[in-house]
Design a protein around this ligand. Structure first.
Ligand SMILES: [Zn+2]
Length: 507
């Protein structure tokens, strides 16, 4: 096998059950690539495609001969479930592409792992299992996933190795893509015959409790890495998935996937050890938020260091609409000064600001078009202080180096508050979303962002963890899980159900 033929497939979507389903246009507006375009974009790096997929291709290039067989890679912003007919189409193109490609030696899958479909629960598992069906057993299938993946038995059974992110905010996508490629080389050489063990706990924390700089999740991930290092040679990967509770499926729950180089028992023992540890620390996955009124009082305090607020209920990065105005309304009503707030996904308002023109005053109407019930209208007199249109390159954190298609954008000054309006539904994870209007973030007294956690990396130059507050705002990503009407989540589940019990396997 001098030039192994490696197929590349993947569909990336994080699904929030409450959000609007994702259709063709949602993928087209981010990326939907088929065939050679995948490899061309991965090699040039000028792309919106998943960073780990680019890193996989570059690492395969750097580590010896191979023949990429690029089939389909698509991704869209976190949204609702994917439309059933669209996932059918993707799976059909992937499996027929694999079938028509002739001999395939291995498959790389770049998925998120938190996708649901309008008519079923586990499209991630279906994609991997579909590939397995075509290539047969004995051909390595390596998968990279976000740590917000909800892991199913099918995903683990149908693949040879699952490599999950280990950082939240996510900043290790390049390393994980490299790891997947290097592992695949070991499998293709016959050095590894990986065996995985998988345990899912009845523990479904809100995403605000899944940070990796500090706290229980960070300790768990560090523990897994330390134990892997102690088993160097035996264990090849430890991935601990916090999951995405808002997907609301039966496969929700913190999941531990341990892969051994060849020995099943070794993987099982370590997976169980980590599961016991995770379960023992479950109470620490609860987290208190700051109320909107406390946030407003803080915004009015002049004698303090700058702070950044997470509009945690409306994180487009978790399927939020990017349109709630609760925090904006409260800050404007309180006459808070020197506040930056963004970004509102409101194309009609951006359009209106462009028609009005730079420096002009107008009546800004947020949410003039229909939305979900939390997208409340808000209007105020505003001055257009910035206008721009077109793509921009991400600078720091999650979006660093990625091409952001923002469409028409505007900066609006409403009293002491500057609000950013964009025409594509991005979370405010990158300072470029303010800086593109020549705004100096370092001069703001209060910054409020529509992002749950990824802004922590992007805004780190100005805000240490102690300057971050998570605000209890309304929206489709509210971390207050008790307020949500659950449908698929297995119950009882901690922390929603205090009485939840878990018994270790074989206990
Ligand atoms: Zn994630």
């Amino acid at each position: 096998m001098n030039r192994p033929r490696v197929a590349i497939i993947g569909v990336i979507l994080e699904s929030n059950r409450q959000s609007v389903p994702a259709g063709k246009d949602d993928f087209r507006s981010l990326y939907w690539l088929e065939g050679q375009e995948i490899i061309d974009q991965a090699r040039t790096g000028k792309t919106a495609m998943a960073t780990e997929a680019c890193a996989f291709v570059k690492t395969m290039d750097a580590t010896g001969p191979w023949e990429p067989v690029p089939i389909l890679l698509a991704g869209c912003h976190p949204a609702g479930p994917i439309e059933g007919s669209l996932i059918d189409l993707f799976i059909d193109r992937i499996t027929s592409g694999l079938r028509d490609a002739g001999k395939i030696d291995a498959v790389y899958v770049a998925n998120h792992g938190g996708m649901t479909a309008t008519d079923r629960e586990d499209p991630d598992g279906e994609i991997i299992a579909g590939a397995r069906l075509v290539v047969g057993t004995g051909k390595p299938i390596v998968v990279t996933l976000d740590l917000h993946a909800n892991i199913s038995e099918l995903m683990v059974d149908a693949s040879d190795l699952i490599v999950g992110y280990r950082t939240n905010p996510h900043v290790d996508m390049i390393e994980r893509g490299e790891e997947a490629a290097l592992a695949l080389r070991m499998m293709l050489a016959g050095t590894w015959q990986p065996k995985s063990a998988f345990i899912r706990l009845p523990l479904a924390p809100a995403s605000v409790s899944l940070l990796t700089e500090s706290g229980p999740y960070s300790e768990l991930i560090d523990y897994g890495q330390r134990r892997q290092a102690e088993h160097a040679g035996g264990i090849v990967n430890v991935s601990i998935f916090g999951g995405f509770v808002f997907s609301d499926t039966s496969k929700n729950g913190l999941a531990i996937v341990v892969t051994a180089r060849s020995e099943t028992a070794l993987a099982e023992t370590l997976a169980e050890e980590i599961a016991v540890k995770a379960w023992a620390m479950r109470a620490r996955f609860k987290k208190d938020l700051t109320s909107v009124s406390e946030a407003v009082s803080l915004a009015l305090e002049t004698d303090r260091i700058p702070v950044i607020f997470s509009d945690s209920g409306d994180n487009p990065g978790g399927g939020g609409t990017g349109r709630t105005t609760e925090l904006l309304t409260a800050l404007v009503a309180a006459k808070a000064e020197n506040v930056l707030i963004g970004c509102f996904f409101d194309p009609p308002l951006a359009e209106c600001a462009h028609e009005t023109g730079l420096g002009s005053r107008f009546r800004a109407e947020f949410n003039s078009h229909p939305g979900v019930s939390c997208d409340k209208p808000f209007e105020a007199d505003a001055i257009v202080t910035g206008l721009r249109e077109g793509d921009i390159t991400g600078r720091l954190g999650l979006y660093a180096g990625l091409n952001l298609h923002l469409g028409k954008c505007a900066a609006l000054q409403i009293g002491g508050v500057t609000a950013i309006v964009i025409s594509n539904r991005y979370q405010t994870a990158d300072p470029i979303l303010f800086e593109m209007f020549d705004i100096d973030i370092g001069k703001a007294h209060t910054v409020a962002v529509k992002s749950r956690g990824h802004f922590r990396a992007g805004f780190r130059p100005w805000f240490e963890p102690g300057q971050v507050l998570e605000i209890d705002t309304e929206g489709l990503t509210s971390p207050v899980l008790e307020r949500i009407q659950w449908h698929g989540l297995p119950r009882p589940v901690y922390p929603l159900d205090e009485e939840t019990v878990w018994e270790r396997p074989g206990a």
